[in-house]
Design a protein. Sequence first.
Length: 312
Amino acid sequence: MSPISKRTVTVRAPGKINVYFRVGALQEDGYHDVASLYQAVSLFEEVTATAADDFTVRFTGPIDSSELATDHSNLAIIAARRLAEHTGYTGGVALTILKRVPIAGGMGGGSADAAATLVACDELWGTGLGRAGLLPLAAELGADVPFALEGGTAVGTGRGDELSPALAKGNFHWVLALSDLGLSTPTVYGTLDQHRDTYAVDLGPQPDLVKVDTAVLQAVRIGDADSLADSMHNDLQVAALKLAPELAELLELGESRGALAGIVSGSGPTVAFLVDDAQSAAELRSLLVKRGIRALTVTGPVPGARLLDSQL
């Protein structure tokens, strides 16, 4: 197969919040077993794919992406190349990514780009794998990519890439407090390991295998924000707060001004505040913005990577 036209395909994929995240003991291979409850939220990346001879990517949108790689190390380029290799497609693709999800913010923006790229190229190239066929490729690209493909609410286990959908009812309202910090995920994990070593006597041994607590699954199943607020948890939060102590003040501010609960999303530094309803979300966002904090209101769950547009 080879390029047939200058048709463009646009696909959007959501960022995510980890409403629950447990990290098991450090394994000999350097990885941790994790258990996460992901929720896809209404903050989307958009990838436009155009048939080309080579593989290129450029960025637009409100997020400063000047530091992002645009060479073969970019995850979206890797995704497109992997699909081409897998299907025998001999052309390339020019990708334009409209970025809205914070970079290095713990919300899976790069993974959303990769998932959207897979769907866009599959449609553009006519490779016909569909969502089910793309999932194994997504899992090879990183733990969060399959979830960006699927969306909704899901439990992730293993390295986070073994997904099972979670029953979820209704809509949850979130206020995202964004930071320009950028926290490296490996650094956050390393800091957590150090913390656990330092306080091993108090914390006790960490389990090798971890699971998502029943209470948080029940909360999303019945769509109850108060129950979810009580059961949210993130093992990486203690490490993120060590690396960025100002996040503790931010959490305290949000929770003292109407949020049901706040949590560092994933490895941070994005902080997600769960609130009662759209009005509460608007009020908390306004307060944060007045304090000079970039903030957005989003809802979840939302679907995963979806085709927006296809035109010649």
